[in-house]
Design a protein. Structure first.
Length: 595
């Protein structure tokens, strides 16, 4: 069945690519044949195939049933030696946000009979001395707040070699023997205790399962931008993830956090090399998660994502600029995977997954190149020949407007069709009630589609710039994530996006002088780019988020009814603000192997 599902997904993608190629040939050859047309046809085919692949994943999750999971193993007979380390790697993060989440997860586990099987382990790569002191003070508070059944450990690395992957790898080498499993989190992760236990049950039930990935939902979104992402993740992502699981099978994804890992499997499979040469293509592997998933699969361990696992959360940037900064690192990491495609022993699907990750970023500059080629194409078009034969009447070229509309409508349909179908399915299945009812969910879906369509030309530019920077040899490094910052003033947004605005202006000027027939076709792309500073600034504010809520937009189940761990989180925040005081003397390291 897995081979059939993969075959159908690939066949659908190739069919769309062939149709797009035929339509592009009819449109671009209408005024004659030249070399620019062949480039445009190739770009149209590749980009249409990429969009079709994403649509096939969404349709697969919508139309197909979820993959059955093995019966969960009862935890009543869980051995006392079966221990799980909840790893929280931090790098210049806000201790209050991270440690109160850790305390909330500990409180959620304390509500179960199995809290004694878990330890909280904070792995710090923080470079700022004042922030390290704040972390150490926070660890003292955490130890006082957490039930004694759960151990709390902290380690600060003087050398943050390998970044997060190096931090986790160092923990595995030093202390991994003390733990059967590791729950790998991010600094902004939050998980329900029952979700963690469910993952543990499923891991215990399948000794071949090396990694179980949950589907993190976005919470704590305050701006319009973040709330739209939060809604999209809540409504659409479970269906897309189900389609992903159906296609990937036992060579599933690892997203780097909110995943339970079998320590033995990780230790024997996931040692990461340092790539030869300098960054961005050399050095430490940035997007380590997909590489680790591939290495687990190479050793025949199952890697699985279960879309039905609820109670797994993360945060996201509150504005476009912070999102683009984070995306820059992901871009460099994914393009780095090009060097790993020929790694010996990898499963074929793991290699294909690397290609997908690379294409996720190459798609943007390919679209931009298609636009540029379309603008300059008239400069290279052959002179019209109205009398190809002296014995036939004159033949005048005619624009294939209908075919061009068909091509664009088809591409747009592949982009928005799955979303609309998911919203309809949520209404028929009753899932929409969790979002405030079908009308509210469907209304939010339409607004999200319009908003994401406005945002797409802007994100296209940021991703294109990221790809060009990597190809030019510029290293983006590993900047700390800013999940709390928002409210970008217009001037700051302009400084960060003036070049996007300028691109939109040049695009319209270019089409006006070189390809007048394209001027109105390019307006949906160029106008959002010209308005980029305004859109970025307005969508970053809390006021914009409040406006969305007042309009009944982007409501999610967790926003309507806070889950137990979210309630614990609020209680821990209040306790932190009441109890937490700065501590001057440093906290000595306590190794996780000694409790």
């Amino acid at each position: 069945m897995l081979i059939l599902r993969r075959t159908l997904a690939v066949a659908f993608t190739l069919l769309i690519a062939v149709l797009a190629t035929q339509l592009a040939m009819d449109v671009f050859f209408a005024d004659g044949v030249d070399w620019v047309d062949y480039i445009r046809i190739t770009l149209s085919s590749v980009t249409a195939a990429w969009i079709a692949w994403g649509a096939s994943i969404g349709l697969g999750g919508l139309l197909g049933r979820a993959i059955a999971t093995p019966p969960a193993q009862s935890l009543d007979e869980l051995s006392p030696q079966t221990r799980t380390a909840i790893l929280i790697p931090v790098y210049n993060e806000d201790p209050e946000a991270t440690l109160t989440s850790a305390a909330a997860m500990a409180a959620s586990l304390a509500d179960t009979p199995y809290a004694a099987h878990f330890d909280l382990v904070v792995l710090s790569d923080t470079r700022d001395d004042k922030m390290v002191s704040a972390e150490q003070a926070g660890i003292r508070w955490l130890r006082q707040s957490v039930t004694p059944e759960i151990g709390v450990y902290y380690r600060h690395r003087e050398n943050n070699e390998g970044k997060k992957a190096g931090n986790v790898g160092d923990f595995v080498r030093r202390y991994g023997g003390a733990y059967t499993y590791m729950l790998i989190l991010d600094a902004d992760s939050l998980m329900e205790g029952h979700t963690i236990l469910t993952m543990l049950q499923r891991m215990e039930a399948d000794p071949e399962l090396g990694l179980l990935q949950s589907l993190p939902q976005i919470i704590s979104a305050n701006s319009w931008f973040a709330r739209s992402l939060q809604f999209s993740a809540a409504l659409f992502s479970p269906i897309y993830t189900r389609g992903l699981a159906r296609t990937q099978g036992r060579e599933g994804p690892f997203w780097g956090h909110n995943a339970l890992v079998r320590t033995q499997a990780f230790a024997e499979s996931c040692g990461l090399p340092e790539l030869s040469g300098k960054p961005p293509f050399g050095g430490h592997i940035l997007s380590h998660d997909y590489v680790e998933a591939a290495l687990l699969a190479r050793q025949n361990w199952k890697v699985r994502v279960d879309a039905d696992l609820e109670g797994s959360y993360e945060q996201c940037p509150q504005n476009v600029i912070d999102f683009a900064k984070r995306d820059r690192r992901w871009c460099q990491g994914n393009l780095q995977h090009a060097r790993l495609l020929t790694t010996p022993g990898l499963k074929g699907w793991s290699r294909f997954t690397f290609v997908q990750g690379i294409m996720a970023y190459l798609a943007s500059p390919l679209w931009m190149l298609l636009i540029i080629c379309s603008i300059i194409a008239p400069l290279f078009a052959p002179p019209p020949d109205y009398f190809p034969s002296p014995y036939l009447p004159a033949i005048f070229p005619h624009p294939e407007t209908a075919l061009a509309v068909t091509l664009l409508v088809g591409i747009f349909g592949l982009l928005i069709g799955p979303k609309l179908l998911i919203a309809l399915q949520a209404g028929f299945s009753g899932r929409a009630r969790r979002f405030g009812g079908f009308c509210r969910a469907f209304w939010s879906t339409w607004v999200e589609i319009i908003w994401s369509s406005l945002l797409a030309p802007i994100t296209l530019m940021y991703q294109s710039r990221s790809v060009l920077q990597v190809l030019a040899g510029l290293d983006g490094g590993w900047p700390a994530s800013d999940r709390e910052g928002q409210s970008l003033p217009l001037m700051e947004a302009t400084r960060a996006s003036w070049w996007v605005l300028l691109t939109g202006v040049l695009m319209l000027l270019g089409s006006h002088f070189f390809a007048p027939n394209l001027f109105y076709w390019l307006l949906p792309i160029a106008l959002p780019q010209i308005l980029a500073p305004l859109l970025i600034s307005l969508s970053s504010t809390q006021r914009s988020g409040h406006l969305a809520a007042q309009m009944g937009l982007f409501m999610t189940p967790e926003e309507r009814h806070a889950t137990p761990v979210m309630q614990h989180k609020q209680q821990c925040l209040s306790q932190w603000q009441d109890d937490h005081l700065p501590v001057a003397d440093p906290l000595s390291e306590v190794t996780p192997c000694s409790k």
